[in-house]
Design a protein around this ligand. Structure first.
Ligand SMILES: [Fe+2]
Length: 432
């Protein structure tokens, strides 16, 4: 009898316990890919009126992917009415310290031949495994206003605490044309579990609204851009060589949007380094050839810091004269984990016209410093910004995570090109 019990234990109980343990481990590792598409995200192309990029992830067993696309219709969706786009599939291995290695396939496709101002449905997948249908709308023409959302660093507490900010922003602007990030999307470059949390936070918003991201220092590790960046995002490659997906421009109606990579080259520390010199020449050229009415530049490092102990003087020395020469309207940044907004210039006697903003959306928060460039400032606040672009006016509103208006201004441009700045909030708000 004892021998029988031993056999039962060895060949039944032990394997069952082992399988249960394995299952628990696999549940614990919540960032594993599967045959079902996940981490689906829309990214903007350089010409978003007629194209958009979609990227998603599966496990390695799914070695090809398709995106089906059709115009929005009020009747039952018939996948046979779709145009199919075959994705480029590439294997990735994400390794971070002693965390379990993540092996996945990333699928990326650019949907082309779209019509401006049109709503589309799409789904991604392969065989029997498909996502739900997502809807997006291409931007219209130069007539009519539209909005976009700008976030400072998400970085920490991505699923638990940043999620409320992206969801509140989406509530405020569900028809926004895109969401813009000024870097430090996660905290530890290459740490897949943090990307898992970020994608959870964005849920159905990321496949619905184009996400445009410039990297921060936390998106680089040992001077190298983390492998997730260009595997899970399909961003423009119209910047300088070696800065694909991080330095680029995109043309929306009445707006040229520019991402400058200030995290490259160890935060552009070398004055004569490649990343600094090549971006200077590039920035000057894309501003010289610009035909759009408004220009917004995003980059991670602030031109003017909100933190008393920080100063990015080299950034100003090399890039501010270019911004001023070409009358850039707005520079949206992050990094300092507090809020500051103001017009400033290092050139004595020049009436400053470029508006600089530092903001933060995640829960890593500091008080604002006391630097005099700030016309409006605040600390210990999770914020998002809704910016409305029109033919003759650019309206900027900053909201707290709880949806309260925190800062507001408006820039109007006359037909002769001259601009007027309108302060809509009392100067020097002192929330700390
Ligand atoms: Fe940073």
């Amino acid at each position: 009898m004892k021998k029988q019990m031993n056999l039962v234990f060895r060949f039944l109980v032990v394997p069952v316990l082992f399988l249960a343990l394995c299952q628990n481990l696999s549940f614990a590792q919540k960032n594993l890919p599967s045959v079902m598409p996940d981490r689906i995200i829309l990214n903007a192309t350089p010409d978003p009126a007629v194209s958009v990029a979609v990227t998603w992830r599966t496990d390695r067993s799914v070695n090809s992917g398709t995106c089906e696309l059709q115009e929005v219709s009020p009747t039952k969706i018939n996948s046979k009415d779709s145009k199919s786009f075959r994705a480029k599939t590439r294997p990735v291995n994400y390794v971070y310290e002693n965390e379990p290695e993540i092996s996945a396939n990333q699928h990326s496709v650019i949907l082309t031949g779209l019509t401006a101002g049109t709503s589309y449905l799409y789904r991604v997948g392969n065989g029997d495994n498909w996502s739900e249908w997502f809807e997006f709308k291409t931007p219209g023409t130069d007539r009519g206003d539209y909005s976009f959302i700008y976030f400072g660093d998400p970085q920490l507490g991505l699923q638990s605490e940043w999620s409320r900010v992206v969801r509140k922003a989406y509530q405020f602007a569900p028809d926004c044309s895109f969401m813009l990030y000024a870097g430090d999307i996660i905290n530890r470059a290459g740490k897949d579990i943090e990307w898992h949390e970020w994608f959870k936070a964005g849920s159905h918003i990321f496949p619905t609204v184009a996400q445009i991201l410039t990297p921060g220092n936390h998106d680089y590790k040992n001077g190298k851009l983390a492998p997730h960046w260009n595997a899970q995002f399909t961003q423009p490659t119209n910047g300088p060589a070696g800065l694909d997906g991080t330095c680029f421009f995109i043309d929306y109606p009445n707006l040229r949007l520019i991402s400058m990579d200030s995290a490259a080259g160890s935060e552009l520390e070398e004055e004569n380094g490649y990343e600094l010199t090549v971006q200077k020449a590039w920035l000057d050229s894309v501003l010289r050839t610009n035909t759009k009415r408004w220009v917004v530049v995003t980059t991670h490092l602030p031109f003017y810091s909100t933190k008393d102990s920080r100063d990015n003087a080299l950034l100003r020395k090399h890039f501010q004269p270019i911004l001023e020469k070409h009358k850039v309207d707005l520079v949206l940044t992050g990094h300092d984990h507090s809020y500051g907004r103001g017009r400033a210039s290092d050139t004595p006697g020049l009436n400053p016209s470029v508006v600089y903003v530092v903001s933060v959306s995640g829960p890593k928060l500091y008080p604002a410093g006391t630097k005099s460039w700030m016309e409006h400032r605040g600390g210990n606040l999770q914020l998002f910004q809704k910016i409305t672009v029109g033919e003759n006016a650019l309206s900027y509103r900053s909201y707290t995570a709880s949806g309260k208006l925190f800062d507001e201004f408006r820039i109007e441009r006359r037909t002769n090109g001259e601009k007027n700045f309108f302060e809509m909030k009392p100067a020097r708000s002192e929330i700390k």
